[in-house]
Design a protein around this ligand. Sequence first.
Ligand SMILES: [Cu+2]
Length: 178
Amino acid sequence: MKPLRLLTLASAPALLFVLAACQQGKAPTSQETATQSAGGAVGPTAKPGISASDGHLVLPVVSGRPGAVYFSVRNDGPAAVKLIGVHVTGAGSAQMHKTDGGSMAAVDSLEIAPGAQVEFAPGGLHVMAFDIGESVKSSGTAELTLTFSDGDKLSMPLRVETMGGDMPGGGDMPGMNH
Ligand SMILES: [Cu+2]
């Protein structure tokens, strides 16, 4: 894959440090120390040292609008990794975005420092999924695959939800529906 030179997100490091600071207390639980893997949230395609959890896809209220994917990803490996691509099953395309104030911008790559956990959450980083097919809506499940700069991938299941159901005003994505 492409080597280096992909770092474009100026504000990412600050976010990473904040998140990393919240995650310093992590220690293996007794029932998990036997395995070398970093957490059980990910399937067999897991990238070593990287774990992801709490993946969910929020469908738009209006069909045809993009959906948003949120999840947590953690780097328990010894070196920084760079997330360079995302894929959502059943979606025509997907792209990393970052909401900043009232607008959002595409994020081409995202470096995750050793020991850092990055949250893709409403109001910040998210994955935008375009052209979501009917198969996703009817089955209620989807899968997110992350691609890293070294070519490794990591997949996780996504819970499918509908925007606005329980969320006041459905307003967790400023700028998305306007
Ligand atoms: Cu977006």
